[in-house]
Write a protein that binds this ligand. Structure first.
Ligand code: AMP
Length: 394
């Protein structure tokens, strides 16, 4: 029997999946169903990254895509037993500070939270419903992007609005929690002395945020009520004066859905460059606007490293992760070049090699590059839900 747990990340028309063995950090398979609908595609890869053949199948729904993936995986692992399914769920609200096995009551509660994350939560929940249909009786475990931040001090959890708004849930939830959870755990293995200290983690990808950790726990995050706050991102604006929203509504007559589209899909690096949301494209472009988009991204990152460090009274380590943080030597170098006052100094050779430690030997603050692994965090929760103890190091 090949005992395994499945991890799922369901978007509006996509389904990212990974199949993990009962132990270990290397998935048996990973996959992406994209453009779910009449034009749907499904790609699967084995542990070595080699493509797994996919039989033509119904990819018009999330359930169909999942069943198609499992059918193809069973061709390779004929005795596959999926023991539990872990789901990435963007919002756990105030109630959930840890993964939870889903039942009807939990599902209703999570559906109520869709009002707080209308672009993501309903799709995450469709993923749970589809997996319940595909794997009847198998535990479905919801893992939240917000959970890791739930124990923020009050001052980092609140907006200065009348208190009734806080009480009804208008709070700074913070996101990318699965990534920060992974990094906090990995640091405990890689650099235990630093893990106990004050660490700023910069998750820089198409979505981008930072988190201040103290002794491995989240104290502050740049993201807030929604995943729009903080750093500029691929297509999201990041920090914005709320007066701009009033102007857009009052003077430009924009509707909530037009504003949502503007802030989530047309802003950030794409909006500023007028070219692309993709950092690699911008680095290669050489236009004034692409350069300015990068300048703004870098400047906001520098500012937020300072803000995050202030929230924990200093900094012992800065950790880069996410697609940009793990791969872009240019962005890392540029963010760090004006942070010398915080004891940050990057060694150019180590930075060019994407080494684990990229700070110079004499630097007061350690700068690291640690690839994140959100799927593994979900897989561990899915294993824990069926009593599989972890034996691996991070
Ligand atoms: P993620 O959302 O974490 O997958 O990150 C996606 C972002 O990482 C995109 O903006 C990519 O352009 C960026 N990225 C990936 N590799 C590189 C690289 N070698 N140099 C610069 N940016 C990169």
């Amino acid at each position: 029997m090949t005992d395994a747990v499945l991890t799922l990340n369901a978007g509006s028309s996509s389904l990212k999946l990974a199949l993990y063995p009962a132990q270990g950090a290397v998935p048996l398979a990973t996959g992406l169903a994209d453009r779910i609908g009449p034009e749907g595609t499904l790609k699967l890869k084995g542990p070595d990254g080699a493509p797994i053949a996919v039989a033509p199948d119904d990819l018009t729904t999330h359930t169909g895509a999942m069943q198609a993936a499992i059918k193809s995986l069973r061709a390779i692992y004929p005795d596959l037993a999926v023991l539990s399914v872990g789901h990435r769920v963007v919002h756990g609200g105030n109630a959930f500070s840890a993964p939870v096995t889903v039942n009807n009551e939990v599902l209703i509660h999570l559906a109520d939270l869709s009002a707080f994350a209308p672009l993501h939560q309903p799709h995450n929940l469709s993923g749970i419903r589809a997996a319940t249909e595909a794997f009847p009786g198998v535990p479905q475990v919801a893992c939240f992007d917000t959970a890791f931040h739930r124990n923020h001090p009050w001052v980092n959890d609140v907006f200065a609005l009348p208190r009734a708004f806080y009480d009804e849930g208008v709070r700074r939830y913070g996101f990318h929690g699965l990534s920060y959870d992974y990094i906090a755990g990995a640091l405990g293995h890689i650099a235990p002395h630093l893990a106990k200290g004050r660490v700023v983690v910069a998750h820089l990808g198409n979505g981008a945020s930072m988190c201040a950790l103290q002794d491995g726990r989240s104290i502050a995050s740049t993201m807030g009520f929604s995943a729009l706050e903080g750093l500029p991102m691929g297509t999201r604006c990041g920090q914005l004066d709320p007066g701009v929203l009033l102007y857009l509504m009052d003077q430009k007559g924009m509707t909530p859905s037009q504003i949502s589209d503007l802030l989530y899909k047309q802003s950030g690096l794409l909006g500023l460059s007028g070219l692309s949301n993709d950092m690699r494209t911008l680095e290669a472009a050489g236009t004034v606007e692409a350069g300015q988009a990068i300048d703004y991204f870098v400047a906001r990152c520098q500012r937020e490293v300072g803000a995050m460090a202030a929230s924990v009274g200093g900094i012992d380590a800065l950790v880069f992760t996410g697609g940009i943080g793990e791969n872009s030597r240019l962005i890392r170098a540029r963010i760090c070049e004006r942070l010398g006052w915080m004891g940050i100094e990057v060694d150019p050779t180590r930075n060019a090699e994407n080494a684990q430690v990229i700070s110079s030997d004499q630097a007061r603050t350690t700068v690291m590059v640690v690839p994140t692994n959100e799927e593994l965090v979900i897989a561990r929760a899915a294993r824990a839900a069926v009593g599989l103890a972890e034996q691996e190091a991070a």
